[in-house]
Design a protein around this ligand. Structure first.
Ligand SMILES: NC(=O)c1ccc[n+]([C@@H]2O[C@H](COP(=O)([O-])OP(=O)(O)OC[C@H]3O[C@@H](n4cnc5c(N)ncnc54)[C@H](OP(=O)(O)O)[C@@H]3O)[C@@H](O)[C@H]2O)c1
Length: 318
């Protein structure tokens, strides 16, 4: 919708992997009235600072891609921080948006909000139907609170605040640190280093059987701009759900992912699966039929997205 083009859009978390992709997408689509601050300039955990920032800058639209994010180990170790930081960031942004008559919020959550043993593929309505996974429970609880804030600021005050739940993302600006990264960037780095060091094999944790879904972060950025312009709170909440899943709707095994990454990085050695290490959830796939029927679908095939990501890694990380 063209009138969004002149709106003042505040993008929280613009330096992150997701935020930087959204910023690029907004610029690519001709949005010029953009507002952003890094963590060092504005700590979103501080309510007074956030409220002053809104009063001073008067944004009209808010996209929330700021969060304390990490892998399993970080989530499990810094449990209080993951809960506190994320609750504070969301609560401050969503409440300040209400106080300042913000026209639209798109809040980003994550697929870890779903119960550990929910049926697959994960439909939006499975939220809160069973227990969460213990390791990232604090993060998931904070994200669920963010979704429920958006939903209930709509139900009580009529605010046009909505939430997107993306699947596993990958792409430029991802975290390639082997101790804290997600599976796809970790494998990219491992295979790349094995190739450079002429290693005969790469060992991967687990059996390689778990099935996972991945979405290229630039496709996610398009989905977020689409939700900002084309999806209203009514489209979501009046259909008995609280958020929209965003994914490719396609999954593959870790074995097949490893083969793709070996191909892209040019590693021709052996891939060994260490089945003494844990596998994690057997399958994690989002049901994306709702957002597809509303008009958005992923574009980038996994092999192409991995190539782009690997090229970015080669240019930026070595
Ligand atoms: N990565 C994935 O695979 C994935 C999948 C699904 C959903 N998501 C969701 O997407 C969102 C962004 O994730 P990401 O992967 O882009 O994470 P990221 O790269 O770690 O970026 C998070 C951003 O949040 C900002 N931030 C953190 N704490 C802050 C605070 N107290 N005050 C102000 N800014 C703060 C950071 O700012 P500075 O850089 O300025 O320090 C950073 O830019 C999260 O909600 C996450 O759940 C991510």
């Amino acid at each position: 919708m063209s009138d969004y083009k002149n709106k003042k859009i505040y993008l929280a978390g613009h330096n992150g992997m997701v935020g930087s992709a959204i910023l690029n997408e907004l610029k690519k689509q001709g949005y010029k009235n953009l507002l952003y601050k890094s963590f060092s300039e504005l700590d979103l955990r501080k309510q007074n600072d956030v409220e002053q920032f809104f009063e001073l800058n008067k944004p009209e639209i808010v996209i929330i891609a700021a969060a304390k994010v990490g892998g399993i180990l970080a989530n499990d170790t810094y449990r209080a921080e993951f809960l506190y930081d994320n609750l504070m960031i969301e609560t401050n942004l969503i409440h300040a948006s209400y106080l300042n008559n913000i026209e639209k919020i798109v809040f980003l959550g994550s697929s870890c909000i779903y119960p550990k043993l929910a049926p697959q593929p994960l439909k939006e309505e499975y939220l809160l139907s069973d227990y969460l996974e213990f390791t990232n429970e604090p993060y998931a609880i904070a994200k669920i609170a963010g979704i429920k804030l958006c939903e209930n600021y709509y139900r009580q005050y009529g605010c046009n605040f909505i939430s997107a739940m993306p699947t596993n993302l990958y792409g430029p600006n991802d975290n390639f640190n082997l101790e804290t990264s997600h599976v796809l960037p970790a494998l990219l780095r491992k295979f790349h280093e094995a190739k450079i060091q002429k290693k005969e094999s790469v060992t991967i944790w687990g059996t390689g059987k778990p099935m996972r879904e991945f979405l290229f972060v630039e496709d996610l950025a398009e989905a977020i701009v689409f939700m900002m312009t084309d999806i209203t709170a009514k489209d979501i909440y009046n259909n008995g759900i609280s958020h929209l899943n965003v994914g490719s709707g396609k999954d593959l095994s870790i074995v097949d992912l490893a083969k793709l990454i070996a191909k892209v990085t040019g590693f021709s050695g052996k891939i060994i699966y260490d089945s003494s290490k844990p596998d994690g959830t057997p399958r994690k796939l989002l049901d994306v039929s709702r957002i597809n029927s509303l008009g958005w679908k992923y574009k980038t095939e996994l092999i192409d997205g991995i190539r782009t990501t690997y090229n970015w890694f080669l240019k930026n990380k070595l």
